[in-house]
Design a protein around this ligand. Structure first.
Ligand SMILES: *[C@@H]1O[C@H](CO)[C@@H](O)[C@H](O)[C@H]1NC(C)=O
Ligand SMILES: *[C@@H]1O[C@H](CO)[C@@H](O)[C@H](O)[C@H]1NC(C)=O
Length: 692
């Protein structure tokens, strides 16, 4: 068998969380066989056919014949990395896993970095690969009017099928592929077996990243118009891996990996994945980054509770959604004339005149039991799913259920005292004909108190009125991952030689950590609070600043291998975890030290990509309880000195089992600021369960 030097890792395809729809999927096959992913690290042969042959050599040895091997393989990964997805019995998978391994640290070494580097002819012709539900080519956003020829380096293809003809590809949509293997026939029979989008999510993401639309005419480069238009001149390559089901789009990791592998071969510059891959299956993305492709992932729709950010591997850009207008005042007038300004996330009140009062009905936890039989006719239902002792429960009915209950019962409104961040697109439908207001739990608590305290003196005639802007419908400006993909494409067009790490650095160091009025960003959650770097990461993206960041924290993509090894956890998932070398030594545009027991020293290196003769001064915002020293505090750049390394020493001031504290290091020159966040936690013990 020809697999002597291969290292291999197995995983069963795991659950995919899809942006906006949050639908679960497990790719599965026949009776006892399941889809397994075998990851073999770098491609070790010159030609993709030879890579595939090596996979079959390996499998045929196990399964008995080449035919069986061919029949069991669902995807071969042969361009960006080597491996395959195959239908295997658990016993066969176990045998594969027992093949001799090379140490994990070798797994990703010797990457052919630079070999397939994309050519230096970007102009506006940056190619964004969108891995999603496909695309709807009839949308005006994808008109190819005025576009030049398809970039000659493009090697992708236009895969035809039902509802998708060869003419659906154009100078705008330059490639389209789909990945149906491993998806059940039941799902496939309700979908077009082609790149056609049966859901709409992929079309939305593609047009957000690179829709031509109206911006094309007024597009004058990065400084202007970028924030709204994504990259209107970029080309789109479609990789359909998610399939429409009654519960929303579903897909499998095997198909996503195949899409990434193909996209690396095809020659995309940016990969946009608005989907979540649990278990940090980001080795595909790592190979893409090592070929110079910037990979932009969504952080997922979970939250606002802590530790819900997904796709956090340091080689990708992880994008969380934000609302640019963080609050939208909705004045709620109670029957006692008290006015409460709620921070509504959405509301729509049809036929509700400015001062009409309605009876309130409070169903505290809003359980199904509580509501059963409750007459809400003409009333406004208030759901306050929080406990008096301060502990907070998840509402026992969901917002869609509550709104349906109100609509069915002839109610006139719903006040839902909990933030929810994945319903915005549906709310218009759910609240059709009724007034819907999301308020934060504090406001909900005040309404609850009013309900109980005032009820004794003023009977049950509590009211909710609306005034002022209550009737306006707010349009959200949400930065999502496709949006950032568009901005990355523009950065690539302007700076074709920047590495994915340099692009990520430019975005992070120039991000705004206050809103457009200079006010702190607030974190969504149960009780609103000023956001910390765990909430906003780098901050709110500032496209104009990112185009001219001054300094960048660059990383040779081979460096990632020193810090992360991709291994199997519990034989089920591939995970790229930290090696013994702490990740804070990686030259990231942030510093996070989770266990600060004694003083540590680390280094960062900055490269001047701005004015050749520049002098930057350090501005250190220290952390509570931790002394931070930066040395030197002045960096002088000129034609000979474009790169400088500085030292950061962090010393805990107390022996404490503490929480995280935050600070920052900002390099300043005139009005230019290059800021990175710093987070540390003082610890005494090695094993500390964070139960805060
Ligand atoms: C896409 O292809 C389908 C099927 O061939 C065709 O009906 C449709 O008009 C095409 N759309 C565009 C925008 O070319
Ligand atoms: C509502 O209550 C009635 C009477 O107690 C019961 O028969 C019915 O099953 C309940 N409905 C729901 C949806 O729980």
């Amino acid at each position: 068998m020809g697999f002597s030097s291969s290292s291999r890792r197995l995983c069963v395809p795991s659950v995919l969380l899809v942006c906006l729809s949050m639908i679960l999927c497990r790719a599965q096959g026949g009776s006892s066989r399941k889809l397994y992913i075998v990851y073999l690290g770098d491609v070790k042969h010159d030609h993709p056919d030879h890579v595939v042959a090596s996979h079959h050599d390996m499998l045929a040895g196990l399964l008995g014949s080449k035919e069986e091997s061919v029949a069991s393989v669902v995807y071969n990964y042969k361009h960006g990395f080597s491996g395959f997805a195959a239908m295997l019995t658990p016993e066969q998978a176990k045998q594969l896993a027992e093949f001799p391994d090379t140490p994990a640290s070798e797994l990703l070494h010797g990457t052919n970095y630079g070999e397939d580097c994309v050519q230096n002819n970007y102009g506006d012709d940056v190619i964004i690969g969108v891995v999603d539900t496909g695309i709807w080519p009839e949308s005006r956003s994808f008109s190819d009017k005025g576009y030049g020829p398809i970039p000659s380096r493009w090697k992708g293809k236009c895969q035809v099928g039902p509802d998708w003809g060869i003419n659906n590809c154009s100078r705008k949509i330059i490639g389209a592929r789909f990945y149906s293997a491993g998806i059940s026939d039941e799902i496939l029979k309700t979908n077009s077996l082609s790149p056609r989008d049966n859901h709409g999510h992929g079309t939305h993401c593609a047009s957000t990243a690179a829709g031509s639309a109206v911006e094309a005419a007024s597009f004058h480069g990065l400084a202007k118009g970028v924030a709204r238009g994504g990259a209107p001149r970029a080309r789109i390559a479609v990789y359909k891996t998610l399939w429409e089901t009654p519960r929303g789009p579903q897909g499998g990791i095997a198909g996503v990996l195949a899409a990434i592998d193909d996209a690396i071969y095809d020659g995309v510059d940016v990969l946009s994945l608005s989907l979540g891959v649990p278990g940090e299956n980001s080795f595909g993305a790592l190979h893409a980054v090592q070929k110079g492709i910037t990979v932009v992932y969504t952080a997922g729709n979970n939250g606002p509770i802590p530790q819900t950010v997904g796709n956090t591997s340091p080689w990708v850009i992880t994008v969380a959604a934000t609302k640019v207008d963080r609050s939208f005042p909705t004045v709620i007038t109670l029957g006692n004339k008290q006015q409460i300004v709620g921070q509504s996330l959405y509301y729509q009140a049809k036929n509700s005149s400015g001062s009409s009062f309605r009876d309130l009905i409070l169903a505290e936890l809003c359980t199904t039991d509580e509501l059963n039989g409750t007459d809400v006719s003409g009333m406004i239902l208030v759901c306050v799913p929080s406990r008096r002792d301060g502990s907070v429960l998840t509402p026992l009915i969901t917002f869609p259920q509550a709104s349906q209950y109100v609509r069915n019962g002839g109610g006139s409104g719903l006040i839902f005292a909990q933030y929810t961040n994945d319903l915005l697109s549906e709310t218009a439908k759910l609240c059709n004909g009724i007034a819907c207001v999301f308020v934060d739990p504090d406001t909900g608590e005040r309404i609850r108190k009013y309900y109980f305290l005032d009820a004794t003196s003023s009977t049950w005639s509590q009211h909710l009125g609306s005034c002022g802007r209550f009737l306006q419908v707010h349009v959200w400006d949400v930065y999502g991952s496709p949006h950032v993909s568009g901005i990355v494409a523009l950065l690539k067009a302007q700076h074709p030689h920047w590495s994915p790490a340099a692009i990520k650095s430019a975005i992070i160091t120039t991000a705004h950590i206050t809103d457009e009025r200079g006010m702190p960003i607030l974190a969504e959650g149960l009780s609103r609070k000023t956001a910390d770097p765990f909430d906003y990461g780098g901050g709110n993206i500032n496209p104009g600043g990112a185009a001219d960041p001054g300094l960048v924290y660059d990383i040779d993509p081979r460096e990632y291998n020193k810090f992360f090894g991709c291994t199997i956890i519990r034989r089920t998932t591939v995970s790229c975890d930290e090696t013994t070398l702490p990740a804070y030594h990686l030259n990231l545009p942030s510093i996070a030290v989770p266990e600060l027991r004694r003083p540590i020293t680390l280094w960062r290196t900055v490269t001047n990509v701005g004015k050749v003769d520049s002098v930057y001064h350090a501005q250190v915002q220290s952390l509570t309880g931790v002394r931070m020293e930066v040395e030197p505090i002045v960096l002088v750049f000129d034609a000979m000195n474009k790169v400088h390394t500085f030292k950061v020493k962090l010393s805990p001031m107390w022996k404490l089992q503490g929480d995280y504290t935050f600070g920052s290091i900002t390099w300043r020159m005139e009005h230019k600021t290059v800021r990175i966040p710093v987070a540390t936690r003082m610890t005494i013990h090695d094993f500390y369960a964070d139960v805060a």
